[in-house]
Write a protein that binds this ligand. Structure first.
Ligand SMILES: [Zn+2]
Ligand SMILES: [Zn+2]
Length: 80
C-alpha cells in the first residue's frame, strides 16, 4: 500500500473550490465512504468521478473535498 500525502498529513497544498476558489476541506478517502454502503453517496460519486473504481487498482487515493463556502463537493485523485 502506498503513502498518500493527504492521508498522512504530509500534504500542504490546498485544494481550491472550482466554484468559488475557496480552500476546500478534505473529508477523507472515498473508499472510507464505500465501507458504509450508502446508496446516495455511491450514486453521487459515480456521477462526480466516472470510473472511480479503477482508481484503486492504479495506486491512487481518491479524496472527497467539501467547500464550506458554497457547499460544492468534488473529488481529487492523489498518486500514492
Ligand atoms: Zn489518501
Ligand atoms: Zn465553493
Amino acid at each position: 500500500m502506498g503513502i498518500c500525502p493527504f492521508c498522512n498529513g504530509l500534504q500542504t497544498e490546498k485544494v481550491f473550490c472550482s466554484n468559488c476558489s475557496r480552500a476546500m476541506e478534505d473529508l477523507g478517502k472515498i473508499s472510507d465512504y464505500f465501507d458504509d454502503y450508502s446508496p446516495y453517496m455511491e450514486t453521487e460519486l459515480l456521477r462526480l468521478e466516472d470510473g472511480y473504481s479503477n482508481n484503486f487498482l492504479n495506486n491512487e487515493c481518491v479524496h472527497l473535498f467539501h467547500c464550506y463556502q458554497c457547499g460544492n463537493e468534488q473529488t481529487k485523485r492523489i498518486k500514492e
